[in-house]
Ligand binder design. Structure first.
Ligand SMILES: [Zn+2]
Length: 299
């Protein structure tokens, strides 16, 4: 899935030494030698200035594996199907995906008869998009802030690994809230800055390999952000199965210190071989799970 990215770190926050969520003071957090993150003294929100925390990040945006992404898509779709059960079965829903990539999930909702909307930062190369548009999908290619979303209409909004890239997450969520209808649901997945994985793997944590990851929410900063934007958090939890190869990739970044670790065939082989071990680790020590999964309702 292509994440929503609209440029670099905004001027507030990192530049002003204030948390972009609660405006608390940011304190330097020496994660490893040559790698300092900035952490809010009030809500624990973690912000990254690439100059202070390069962490051997790859140059390209995408550093995953399409095969493994198919597994993620399967689990995401299963979660979203569960979400549909919260609405009357015969109701035509207005569904928005922010960061829709090749449009696979939107296509699924469209085939179920729902009105779909999508936001991306540029036009992805996918023949599916024409098909989606021809069937009435409303797609926007200039990022969330410029998207002409309908007012008070959407029933279900989801964004999978997008919030960590947004130039202004509070502003972005406010915009989504304005487009949300009564009792609309918001579902999102994003890295968890409170994960023990960041403390264990430090600058090798795989989420730091993506140079466009500008922040890591904590459950507390996510709650505050949702509240400011007009959403009530219903559930914030750490999913067991998301980014299943993250711990193995993080470990392998100890040896491959620059660029995309999954470019190496050995790493992909170990991901396949060792993911049951990683899974067992997450069951025994849930704090190491790398992401947070959020369900919220419009206030
Ligand atoms: Zn804060």
């Amino acid at each position: 899935m292509t994440p929503e990215k609209e440029g670099g770190t905004r001027a507030s926050g990192v530049e002003q030494g204030r948390c972009e969520v609660c405006e608390g003071l940011l304190a330097a957090w020496q994660v490893a030698r040559g790698c300092r993150l900035l952490r809010c003294s009030l809500c624990g929100h973690v912000m990254r200035d690439l100059r202070l925390c390069p962490a051997g990040a790859r140059e390209q945006v995408y550093g995953g594996s399409e095969e493994f992404d198919r597994v993620r898509l399967f689990f995401t779709r299963r979660k979203l199907i569960k979400m549909l059960s919260r609405f009357p079965a015969d109701r035509k829903l207005h569904v928005l995906e922010v960061g829709f990539g090749n449009g696979q999930l939107l296509s699924f909702f469209q085939k179920l008869g729902h009105q779909v909307y999508g936001v991306e930062v540029s036009r992805p190369q996918s023949s599916r998009l024409e098909e989606l548009s021809a069937q009435g999908a409303r797609l926007f290619f200039q990022g969330l802030q410029r998207a002409e979303l309908p007012a008070e209409t959407l029933d279900l909004i989801y964004m999978i690994h997008v919030a960590e890239h947004l130039p202004d997450p509070v502003g972005g969520l406010r915009k989504l809230c304005a487009a949300a209808g009564k009792d609309a649901l918001l579902y999102l997945v994003t890295p968890d800055g409170h994960s023990a994985g960041l403390r264990v793997f430090r600058d090798r944590w795989w989420h730091l390999e993506d140079h466009t990851h500008r922040r890591f929410f904590t459950p507390r900063s996510m709650s505050a952000c949702l509240d400011q934007a007009g959403f009530v958090p219903l559930q914030i939890q750490s999913p067991l199965l998301d980014s299943l190869t993250l711990e193995i990739n993080s470990f392998m970044r100890l040896f491959y210190r620059r660029g995309a670790v999954m470019d190496h065939a050995l790493v992909r082989a170990l991901d396949l071989l060792l993911f049951p071990v990683a899974l067992a680790g997450r069951l025994l020590w849930p704090a190491i799970r790398p992401n947070m999964e959020v369900l919220a309702r419009r206030q």
